[in-house]
Design a protein around this ligand. Structure first.
Ligand code: B16
Ligand code: MG
Length: 219
């Protein structure tokens, strides 16, 4: 195992915006007659905005027009942007800064691979934008997770081979994307849901690249 680069998912890995997405989607779902629950929301993690709306329409048995869908997508994003207005460095998840410092000190390349079209804006808000060699977001790919495109592009930007990349992900769709890209995957969250990951922990806190490599080696 020769890890030369680490590609981070954004939402749920570097910062926790899932709650903000949830409340924005809850308002949209309500308009479609659906009470969106936490269980529904789990299925939206890592899934693009338009695919999330398709899922919600299916759950609500709603058959609205394409024009109405576009309006709802705009409304959801406006609501979401309002909700993250005060996001700042205090919203960086525990362990992230120490882990990034460890990777820098070891000379590894760092990238972000996110389904979010707001990824760059969010990274700027939390003060992490300049820490990554490559930021590939939902605006730069034709297919979103579980398709591997976002991670393949990030590796290409860094000039690294897939087998030398480690993806850090919190969503089943993202873990699948990382494995399809032929990369190592570190899952953050419930091991039963992230069972395709090479290793799974609850967060980044307390880990270094060496301790993670050791855990993956013995897994
Ligand atoms: P936006 P990630 C994903 O980001 C979120 O997990 C998912 O809930 C969201 O729908 C998606 O981005 C699109 O976000 O509406 O901002 O374009 O986890 O891949 O960093
Ligand atoms: Mg995520």
């Amino acid at each position: 195992m020769n890890i030369k680069a680490v590609i981070f998912d954004l939402d749920g890995v570097l910062t926790d915006t899932a709650g903000h997405h949830y409340f924005a989607w809850k308002e949209i779902a309500f308009k479609l007659g659906l009470n969106l629950t936490h269980e529904h929301n789990e299925k939206l993690k890592g899934v693009s905005r338009s695919e999330s709306l398709e899922l919600i329409c299916n759950w609500a048995n709603s058959n609205i027009s394409k024009a109405d869908k576009l309006k709802l997508l705009e409304e959801k994003n406006n609501r979401y942007l309002e909700s993250i207005e005060n996001l700042s460095a205090k919203d960086i998840l525990p362990g992230v800064t120490d882990f990034l410092n460890d990777l820098d000190s070891r000379g590894l390349s760092l990238a972000v691979g996110s389904s979010s079209k707001n990824a760059r804006f969010i990274l700027r808000k939390i003060g992490l934008e300049r820490r990554f060699t490559a930021i590939v977001d939902g605006n730069m790919v034709a297919k979103t997770k579980p398709d591997p495109e976002v991670f393949i592009k990030a590796a290409e930007f860094m000039g690294k081979a897939a087998e030398n990349c480690l993806v850090v992900e919190d969503a089943p769709a993202g873990v699948q994307a990382g494995k399809k890209a032929g990369m190592w995957v570190w899952g953050l969250g419930n091991p039963a849901e992230l069972n395709l990951a090479d290793i799974c922990t609850t967060g980044l806190q307390g880990f270094t690249i060496d301790s993670i490599k050791e855990l993956m080696h013995s897994a």
